[in-house]
Design a protein around this ligand. Sequence first.
Ligand code: G4P
Length: 524
Amino acid sequence: MGFLEEIDKRRTFGIVSHPDAGKTTLTEKLLLFGGAIQVAGAVKSNKIKKSATSDFMDIERQRGISVATSVMGFLYKGKQINILDTPGHKDFQEDTYRTLTAVDSAIVVIDVAKGVEPQTEKLVEVCRMRKTPMIVFINKLDREGKDAFDLLDEVEQKINLTACPLSWPIGMGQRFKGVYNIYEKKLVLFNPHGKQEDTIEFNDLDDPGLENHIGESAAAELREEVNMVNEVYPPFDKEAYLNGELNPVFFGSAINNFGVKELLDCFVEIAPQPLARETEERIVKPDEKKFSGFVFKIHANMDPKHRDRIAFLRICSGEFRRNTNYIHVRNAKKMKFSNPTTFMASKKEIIESAFPGDIVGLYDSGNFKIGDALTEGEKLTFKGIPSFSPEMFRIVHNADPMKSKQLAKGLSQLMDEGVAQMFVKEFGGTKIIGTVGALQFDVIQYRLEHEYGAKCEYESLHLHKACWLTHNDGNQFKEFLQRRKRDIAKDKAGNDVFMAESAWQLKTMQETYPNITFHFTSDF
Ligand code: G4P
């Protein structure tokens, strides 16, 4: 197969949801369709369990297992589907944000009963920042839930998506009869006993035959609702979807494998192939001959017997080859990889080559940082791999003065891996660690001790947000930096960051310094 055909057939995406909406179940059903797994439960067993929140070692062990499902690939209708696993666990949200920088599109799963939940809001926000095309799957229609129109209102108002229903539910819960596939004009009937679903071509809902399939009242209701859908929502437009301006919506029940095939069939037809990526220097197109890629995730093995790290590389252009010299751009260092690996749901394989849209795992002894680029020599800095403002902060102290070098090295490497972010106060050099989840503090303490022989202690610190700054008034900015000296810290790249104590303080600053913009991510 030629290079261009290889690119053309790849579809790399992530599934995002609030925990428990059904992401793992949907992933499994997709893999079953693609023949990548044979039995349900294969992915589920790798899911990080909610109950383990108190014991981070247990979670780390589970994460070690779940690295096997970092990328799940299969062939479907001639397309190479790559699903990137996004940890649902709240404390690993930062991992999920970064993984979303490596996808070309996303599927958002929403629980019909719960509607749009807080984590969905955040993840969709991250996708929107990059204009990632998103399809919405409303799950658990076999249960009683919210009215479909109310849900779509929520989708539009809470997460600002432009809903375009491509399927429509016929009842729900006990009365759930199936969906009408608006996209393909087919009636898909639900069989609660898990047998093959019945699909009936149905081009004209006014056909009196509809009553025979779903009964009189459901037929009347469906006709009325689909008419309303046609009036209220915009018609499907592939360009608008690809530009991130329109969001197809499907309804179904993942656990019953219902509505999943419709979703997948539409997905392979409309979802984007590997997209061009922005770098500081220029736009990199996938069909360029020369190889380039960036690291979006680093997984460290906490087992002391296997102290290796795996850097996950998204291929952006050209063909990546095993045992070939590439340039690590930040270090200007030559590197070659003898055992680049794919992490598929069921198997781990050394690969000879990979193409744009693919993810390759590279064994690493500490060379990589999140965001690092590999190329054939060109100096490229990939954009869109932001740091997000942490939600929890603590001051870190050295608990063993004899080991300050080890502590500095350990902290620096852990920050490179993206375990947490460190901010160093200009005033007094206080080191502040910021994380998304409380678990990371334990992980850092444990790893510093076991991997670097250093000890740290934390001092609690109440902060509202870390804000990155831009301005259009040099004098005002200078005055702000001078006056708020005690609240300014540097991030890992040396940028000035305002450590806001409270929402109120932040608001006051925004009002006092209108020519300074306070950002909650480092990417602007
Ligand atoms: P997540 O990855 O988004 O966190 O969700 P996951 O797939 O683990 O699903 C969360 C729960 O919702 C699971 O139940 C799962 O079986 C259930 N579920 C998923 N899809 C559907 C659906 O279409 N209908 C209904 N009724 N339930 C669904 P659990 O009790 O937490 O786990 P388990 O004991 O079933 O494994």
